[in-house]
Design a protein around this ligand. Sequence first.
Ligand code: PLP
Length: 377
Amino acid sequence: MRIKTFDVERWMDLYENDAVNNIAETCVNSMSVRELLELAGDTGSRIQQILDMRLTYGAIPGSLSLREGITGLYETMGPENVLVMNGGSASNFLTLYALVEPGDHVISVNPTYQQLYSIPESFGARVDLLELKPEEGFLPDPGKIAGMITPETKMICLNNPNNPTGALMGKDLLEEIVEVARSVDAWILCDEVYRMLVHEQDLHIPAMADLYEKGISVGSMSKAFSLAGLRLGWIAGSEDLIHECILKRDYTNISCGMIDDYLAALAMEKKDAILERNLGIIRSNIAILDEWVKGEPRIDYVKPRAGTTAFIHYDYHVPSREFCTRLIELNGTFVVPGDCFGRENWIRVGYAFDPAVLEAGLKGISILLRELEKEGL
Ligand SMILES: Cc1ncc(COP(=O)(O)O)c(C=O)c1O
C-alpha cells in the first residue's frame, strides 16, 4: 500500500524537541500526571489503585467509566456509541479503514490534518479536495459540496475547529452540510479534536455525531484536555458504525493501555476544571498573537475563532519551507511551513502554551522579517 508522506508530522519530528521557542505545538499546555492527580484529589489512593492494577488487556472498547465520561461531551451518545482508540489519529485511521473502499468517492476540506485525505486516497478512494479560502473565512461552502457530491460519495471529511486555520463551523453551517450529505447517504467524518476550545464565551458548537445519523465525531485527550501523552482518543457515532470499527480494531490494537484509560477517565471527571484552565490559556494568548499580527504590516490572517493554531500569511518573497528553516536556524523559533498544507506564503503558529514562549517566538519571527526586508525580499 502506498501512502503520501504525512508532511506536518515529518516536519514536527525534525525540530520539535530541540527548538528554543516551539510555537509549532498544537496541544494546550500539556499537564503532568501530578497535576492531573492533584486536580482529581485523593492522590494517594489513586496512586495505590494504579500500583495494584493488574495489567490485563483491560476493557476491550475502553472502560465503561471512560466511555460514560466521554458521553458527557455529547447530547445523544451513550457508552455503546463510543469506541476508545490510541489518539484522535488512530480514531481517524480506524474510521477510514472501516468505511472506505477502493472506488469510493471522498470529499475532504483542505487545508486540514492530512490523514483526512491521504488515508482514503491510499485505500483506493477518489478524493476531491474542497479548497478553503481566506476570503471565505476558511469555511466550506455547502453549495460547493453539493456540486462535488455524486451517488458514489461515501464520505465527507471535515475538521471543526480547523487545524491549521482555527476556523469554526457553527450549527447552521454544519446542518446545511448534513443536508447535502444526507441527499446521497454519505457519512460525515468530523475531526473534532479541538472541540470546545472556542474563543467566544458560552458558544456551544454541536458535535457531528449528535447532528446526523451518519455523523462521526472523532475526539481526543491530546488537545482540549492537555494529555497527549495518554495517546487516547475516541470515535462517537451510531452503534452500526461502532460495530464496523470494532471488527477492524481487532486487527489493529485490540485495546488501549489500562493506565491511560484510568487517567483519561479521571480527566473526564474533572473536564470542567481542565477546560476552564485551557480556555483561559487560549483566550488570553490569542490577544498576544493578534497584537503581533497587527504590528507587522506584511503579515495578515483570518483571526481564529477556536482551536490552538493560526494560519498566518506573509507577504515576503520566500518559500514557506525556506522561511521556516531560516527561522529555526536564526533563533531557534519553530513554526510549520504552509507547504505542509499545500499552501505557499503561509505558516502555522500554535498559541496555546506558556505566553512567554509565544512572545519569544513571535519576536523571533519579527527578527527574521527584518532580515528579509534588508535583503529586499
Ligand atoms: C486535526 C487533528 N486531528 C488529529 C490529531 C492527532 O491527535 P492525537 O494526538 O489525538 O492522535 C491532530 C494532531 O495534531 C490534529 O491536529
